[in-house]
Design a protein around this ligand. Sequence first.
Ligand code: COA
Length: 147
Amino acid sequence: MEPNIAIRRGKLTDINNVYNLGLRIKELNFSRKIRFHEKREMKEWIKKPRDNLFFTALDSRKVVGFVYAKIVDKDWCMLDNIAVAEDYRRTGIGTNLLNKVCQELKKRKVTYIQALVEEHHTKARKFWENHRFQKGKIFVWYEKRLK
Ligand SMILES: CC(C)(COP(=O)(O)OP(=O)(O)OC[C@H]1O[C@@H](n2cnc3c(N)ncnc32)[C@H](O)[C@@H]1OP(=O)(O)O)[C@@H](O)C(=O)NCCC(=O)NCCS
């Protein structure tokens, strides 16, 4: 990892930066309707740290990455988003964010972690495979516009 990158819990003062970073990352914005998280959701993650793991990676005071994972049940965690700014990728920041979440989950005796990635995002899939995540069930996204 780059020498000056710090990983810590997300704070209220990070929200604008995480939001702007999230909107820039195409993999996290599925469609025109389904965009990145709302800022009010991020406030909830910070207010309820028992169920929500939210960490940011900082280069000095600049947010360059984040991870958000939700503990859905007592031993099941859904890793919802992990992202690193494009010009900071492949230096180990994503791995460090993931390790931080896993460390925290182990402390809480959570034994299962799940992540979703679109099939064609081969770089992101490689990331999960490098970290020994195995392919689980394949779903098809059905949708309909209600008029
Ligand atoms: C997935 C992601 C978080 C990885 O972050 P990172 O800081 O680059 O990760 P690391 O440096 O720890 O690991 C890099 C590994 O990820 C994969 N990878 C990440 N970015 C890549 C890129 N631009 N080109 C090729 N491989 C890439 C490779 O497997 C790479 O391993 P390698 O360097 O040994 O080939 C980052 O690529 C990202 O933000 N992607 C967009 C968001 C996303 O798809 N998130 C996952 C779904 S929620």
